[in-house]
Design a protein around this ligand. Sequence first.
Ligand SMILES: C[S@@+](CC[C@H](N)C(=O)[O-])C[C@H]1O[C@@H](n2cnc3c(N)ncnc32)[C@H](O)[C@@H]1O
Length: 968
Amino acid sequence: APLSAKGGGVSEPTHANQIPKLIWSFWHSEALVPGVVRLAQGTWKHFAPDYQLRLLNEQSVKEYLPAGERDVSPDSFFTLSAYTDWLRLSLLASYGGIWMDSTLLLTAPVDSLLNQTAHLSGLHLEAALFESYFLAARPEEDIVQRWRDEMWRIGRMADKDYDVHLTRLKTRGIEPLNGHMSECDWRDRSPVHEVAHWILHRAVAAVNFFVGYTSFYLHPCGQHYWMWYYRVCVAFNAVVVSADGSDITQLAAPMGIHMTDSERTLNRIAVSFGWDTTQIVRFLITRSSEDFQLTPIRGIKLRSKERNMLTELSFCETGSIICRLQALVGDRFFEERASASLEAAVEKTYSSRQRQQQPRQATTLPQRRRSQPPTEPGYQGYKVNDEEIEKAKPVVVLTSDKGITKVETDYSDLAHQASGFRARSLLPTLSERPPATTEGYQSSAPGREAPRPWEPKMDVDGKTQVPAPCLEMRAERALLLLTVSLPLVFVPEVFLPRHAPSRVGPRWSQGGARFEIEPMELWLFENGARVSSKASVGPGSEGRGVWAKQTIAAGEEIARVPIKLVLSKESAASALGSDIISEDMGEYTAIALQLIHERYVLQDASFWQPYLDLLPDTAEIGSSFTWSEEDLELLSGSLIQNISSFLREKIQDEYRSLCETTLAKDPASFPLDVFTLPRYIWAYAVLLSRSFRLRFDRKGEKIALVPFVDFINHDPESKAYVAGVTEAAGRYVMLKTDRKYGPKEQVFDSYGRRSNDELLLLYGFSLETNVHNYVEIPLTELWECTELAEPKRSWLAVNGIDQDEMQSIFLYRGRWPKEMMLLLRLLVLTREEIGVRREYAVHKTLKDMDLATPVAPDVEERALKALRKLIAEVLSKCPVQLRERDAKLLRDRLAFEALSRKEQYAASARHGEVDVLETNRLRVNRLLHHVPFVFRRRDARKQQVVPGFSADSVPQDFDVFLKEFEMD
Ligand SMILES: C[S@@+](CC[C@H](N)C(=O)[O-])C[C@H]1O[C@@H](n2cnc3c(N)ncnc32)[C@H](O)[C@@H]1O
């Protein structure tokens, strides 16, 4: 049966319940594919001849991504690897097939690595990590979809947010890496170290024991680092395994996930032998691997270090694994030699590069970060041979966020690691070293942006250095650990449970009448609503929510509420009459009047009484527009303070005008001592925090309060859906799940991509981690001083940008809408630059200029500087002390938890704004720094004959720079 087309109109033949014969892989550039990657592809053709290869790059991938995901690019993530981790899951979730990392050499038929009956097949490492470099699945597998969604969520989290997320997982009893890598390895140390370990281990366990109460978790040793590195595995464990335990193979098997031991197969050479890069490469290209049996291991997975070294050397000795594989494939990617000395080749490659100092040719790897040969004493230089490897082994460079700070001669002082330095060996890729700062830092590879200042940097091993905030956090935590937990050090481990029993305390009290759901459930039932027996309303830290009582499948209907139970303008009109609820009355106003009428006039006689009894009061909702003046002070320095006052005033004005007009028509039915201002504000708070926009027919959307369905809480990532349905039997509102929910799991819905400011204003809460935070910046002043304002406005209008959109820009944390730079460029363009006065001529000039991309260095600089000024103006309204206080509070769980709910939300919202502004300020500074460079390169590029090369050595990653200016 043909597979449904997901993207680009592609459909694949497949057999039901079989993994489609498709191999997916990604290499960022189409032109510069290293020999070893091409060799890998050759092995796939040989060992998977009946499979279709889908070798994607940044451009072609768009053809295959499902419609809603086509705009996702590496820019959407903090790192390229996070992007490709998400990409593989997205492709497999849609089309199924096999994902192979580009450096995976098959050495046996691919089917020997698959299990056709499993939902998901792959490989695990040490029974603790489910690898992601080789994955196979049938299309639309629930497990893969959930994994993809989780990866999408956490792949785009900044380090700080990710840290909070990891702690949350712990509080929910999920061990992100199944206990793996949580142990500190202090072996071969002195007895003092042993004792220190013993104390540390218990102290850490004691502190972490309280994670459920304190939300404070200490990542022991390098565990946080590993969790960062294996983000895709963390995502896997969070959604698939979802439980504590050290052996994921056992946990995953009942879910239909098949795992092969990677140490017996693809990882055998690297892991089982415990070799480093040089040893692995030596084995692969020299005759020492002549007798090695390839079939049993089924394949070889190379890391980027091995790939780089193989690409540099580009030869193999007859009989070696690489030579044998290329003979099998029938193509030559490596120069075959009868005998060769690895050392001589290494020396030749590196020293000739040193001599030439020239751009390399197209056959080599795309340019990576390169620095001049270092001059620090103790740095062992570019030559590598055994003797030097031996000599150089003890050389350790200690790096902090400020770059290389210290060069030492042995590893022994591991205390440095604990105090914020990571030790890394200089060998074997001596030629690379991260620069001291990110300024003037070239991007690492085509398709990747230059590292962002907040992004954990990659060190020479392709691993991350722990970024500064984490280091500080770790130091602070260590101090806290010692003070808080020393008395607990001697609590025997057996008394410490593996994970904490409960979550952080609820924000609502869990008892009381508002938690007696049964009368409403009975009322729903009697009036024809259908609520699945698998779900019910129950308490949680978000107030009441919809919970799964037992497993609910993806796409299952949880509730169906007939229209007669719904409060809308229609119901208001039938309750209050069309004299009062006139055609032109707003929907919110109409329902607000009905809410007051039902609750305070009809009271127990109201049809909706069982539902109204459960509605929260104004303080419980806590929307910031209902806060007192005193409470609003908590929001000082943030944009939301003024917005809250503004909305409140608008509602008050509306109430006053209603009193004078509509309500005055029938004072007996609408006495002003019943229809009071506080009640009107309450009704608005209920409506803004719990109503839905529903579409039942073509006429348009309706605002409605839907009993039961409005108990669903917000998770920005949820895709559960609420929809109006019209059938012959009548209209109803339906709630359906987006994914499978396990017993006792809360079902969430997304209230939309709302920033913390919006959430606080309308719903009375904000999120500590919110990827949708943004700040709206008015352009009033820029419009006032721009030249040729009118023709510019009309040109924008002709191009589909309406008056409101022209007035401000939306600044997001990780992306810039395309219109933003276009607007800024347009506003800074002078009359002279446009060079014409008549409107139609201005339109033509602007069209030719293509303002969606940088047009000229000085225009670009002015636009960026204007943006910087706007950002600085907004930032200046938030005093530095306040910013620092918020940042500190959000790092320090204990202090944060000690705040009142409003203080917590205020701090999160203001911090969200500052974070967006600061991040963008840094970005603008960085771009300003690159402007001259980008244009110089662009000019050089125009002149050169062969794209990508010129005497001026245009970097291969030129496009990446340009991209910075063209984000969407
Ligand atoms: C549609 S109602 C959901 C039901 C509500 N929890 C109740 O008990 O009635 C929206 C309200 O739920 C709360 N809420 C929803 N999602 C939340 C979240 N993620 N965190 C905290 N509070 C949340 C807020 O008080 C919000 O105003």
